[in-house]
Design a protein around this ligand. Sequence first.
Ligand SMILES: *Cc1c(COP(=O)(O)O)cnc(C)c1O
Length: 364
Amino acid sequence: MTPTGRIHNFGAGPAVLPLEVVEECRKSLPNLDNSGFGLIEISHRSQTFQNVVDSSIEKLRRILSIPEDYTVLYLQGGASLQFYMSALNLLRENEKVDFLITGAWSQKSMKEANRIGDASARWDGAENGFISIPKNGEYSVRKDSLYLHYTSNNTLFGTQFHHLPDSNGKPRVLDASSDIMGVPLDVSAHDLIYAGAQKNLGPSGVTVVILSPWAMQRVPNDLPTMLDYSVHSSKGSLFNTPNTFGIFVLDKVFSWVENNGGLEGAIARNRAKSDLLYKELDRSDFWTPHANKDSRSVMNVTWRLPNTELEEKFLKESLDAGLGGLKGHRSVGGIRASLYNGCPIESVEALVSFMKDFEESNNR
Ligand SMILES: *Cc1c(COP(=O)(O)O)cnc(C)c1O
């Protein structure tokens, strides 16, 4: 346990947030910004809350260097709704769209796009157990495809793009749910980026969607209201009642990021944390990392032990030692440590120290 009694939380999402952000939530619950209204009791139409929306979007734009003519939305329904909504807004029947299938989330997004148009997997890592990321040149984007969709970080398998995928000059659509604001990102090289907040940005229930002018122009006229990006844009993400609590937390997380070196600071901390953990994984054959070296994720680190009995023992003893959320996703098994922005390096140091002891006692 940490001095605060909180566990070292390696959960994949909802995930650990900076303690000072959690404390600010507690302070604002009975009375938000001296308005007299509590944080989860205030109208989304109030000026107090409008200030929260405005200041959070301003910070988000600054941190990610979002071009001025891009639209930023806070929506609900998670990244999972964006699988369908992005295709519904961009694509027409009979139009083609290309996908890089690097994990379960990309599979799901392609399935939804297929409800609208002709979606094709241009690269698929399923047969190899999703251990790697395609290099440019290992796939081709169709000449008559509308856009290329990819998932920058594969939360379940622990692989990650460390380059901008070649899209053959087509717009890029990105699911950045598990690495947004944690790694370098050239927003201007994309036309639509979506991310559920509950990994790197805040609590569940808010989805950040970033759209280029091209993407906004693609939105057809006759969509169901709640699935129409232009409706949410014209109402400043307040067409209906948003997740007010979630947006408040985002605002505090963005302040925390800006006060701690901005995006560059977050990138450096995430690299330091993952370097520390991969160094331990490479130290002993007792650990078998899941991802190929050049495709390793800095956000989700996945590995196996010699057998499932030892993995269960590892999970039990690590929890007893105050290290939580380490169970791998059921489709991969083994161990997964998620090292999102809110995870402090002290947690990774505690994990590595536990791992060294565990290896010494169990490696025969
Ligand atoms: C968690 C996750 C999702 C699903 O997000 P929901 O908000 O639960 O819909 C989609 N894509 C990626 C890359 C994720 O990590």
